[in-house]
Design a protein around this ligand. Sequence first.
Ligand code: FAD
Length: 318
Amino acid sequence: MGEVLVYVDHVDGAVRKPTLELLTLARRIGEPVAVHLGPGADAAAPVLAEHGATRVLAADAPEFADYLVVPKVDALEAAAKLVSPTAVLIPSSGEGKEIAARLALRLGSGIITDAVDVEAGEEGPVATQSVFAAAFTTKSRVTKGAAVITVKPNSAPVEVAPAAGAVEELAVEFGPLATGTKVVSRTPRESTGRPELTEAAIVVSGGRGVNGAENFSVIEALADSLGAAVGASRAAVDAGWYPHTNQVGQTGKQVSPQLYIANGISGAIQHRAGMQTSKTIVAVNKDAEAPIFDLVDYGVVGDLFQVVPQLTEEIKAR
Ligand code: FAD
C-alpha cells in the first residue's frame, strides 16, 4: 500500500477533529502523510504523529492566509509530486471541496466528494457515499490518478496509532492564480460555547413544533446537557426562530453525528437529506404518523415541551 496524503484542517496548529478522523481512514488504505499549511506545524506534528501520520509535510507562507484556496492547491500539488500518493483525503467542508476539485483537475485524477467511509479495495480505495437525499448508498472507486476524496466529518472514529510523524519542509512555488482572490477581512462568529454543527458528535434539533424563538431554550438546554450542537429545520429558520447557520438539510448543513435528536420535526425529505447518515436517530414528535418515525432508532410520541425538559433533567442528574 502506498502513501496517502491527508490535508490538515487546523487553526494555528490546533488540529481539528475531522483531520484526525481522516488519519484513521488513511491508515486503512496506506501510510498517512499529513500536509500542514500555514503556521503551527511544530505544535500540530505530535498530535498528527500520535494519530498515525508517518510524515508531516509543512509549508508556511502569508499566501495561505491572505488568499483563498489556490495557494493551498499549489502546495498539495507539490506534495503530490513529491510523494506520488495513492489517495488524497480532504475534509468535506466548503473550502475542502473546492480544494479537492481544483487539485483533482491539476493531477488529472478522479474525485469523490462527501464520502462517509473509505476502505481498501483490490484495485484501490473504495469510498462510500450516501446519495439522493440518503435514499441510496453507493460505493465508488477512482480509476484515474491518485484518488482525491473528501470525507464528511464524523465518518470515522479518532484512533490513537503512534507513528514517526517527523516534520519535513515542503517547498511550494505559487502559480500565477495563487493571488487571484484576496481575503479582505475575517470576522470570527460569536461563540455559543457549543461545538460546530457539522463536527459535533451529538446534534439536538428543533423544528416548527418548537413554536417560537423563545422556546428554543428548551432545545438548547438539552443540547448543553449533552455537550451537543443545536440544529434547526428550515421551517424554524424561515420563521426567524433560529439562524440559518444552524439549518440542517438539503439547503442547510449536512451532519452525520453519532446521535441526532429531532424535536418537533416532521421528517421531510429535504430535512432527511442533511441528517439521515447520523449513526443513531431519536425523534420526539406528538404525531405518531410523522414520517420522521420511519427512520428513527428510538422514537417518543409526545409533546416535546414535556418530554425534552424531563430528558434534560435526567441527563443532568447522571
Ligand atoms: P413541519 O413539517 O411543520 O413539522 C412540524 C412537526 O412538529 C410535526 O410533525 C408536528 O407533529 C410536530 N409537533 C408540533 N408541535 C409539537 C410538540 N409540541 N411536540 C412534539 N412535536 C410537535 N427543510 C429542512 O429542514 N432543511 C432544509 O435544508 C430544507 N431545504 C429545502 C429545500 C427545498 C428546495 C424545499 C422545497 C424545501 C426544503 N425544506 C428544508 C423544507 C421541508 O420541505 C419542510 O418544509 C421542513 O423540513 C419542515 O420543517 P419541520 O419538520 O420543522 O415542520
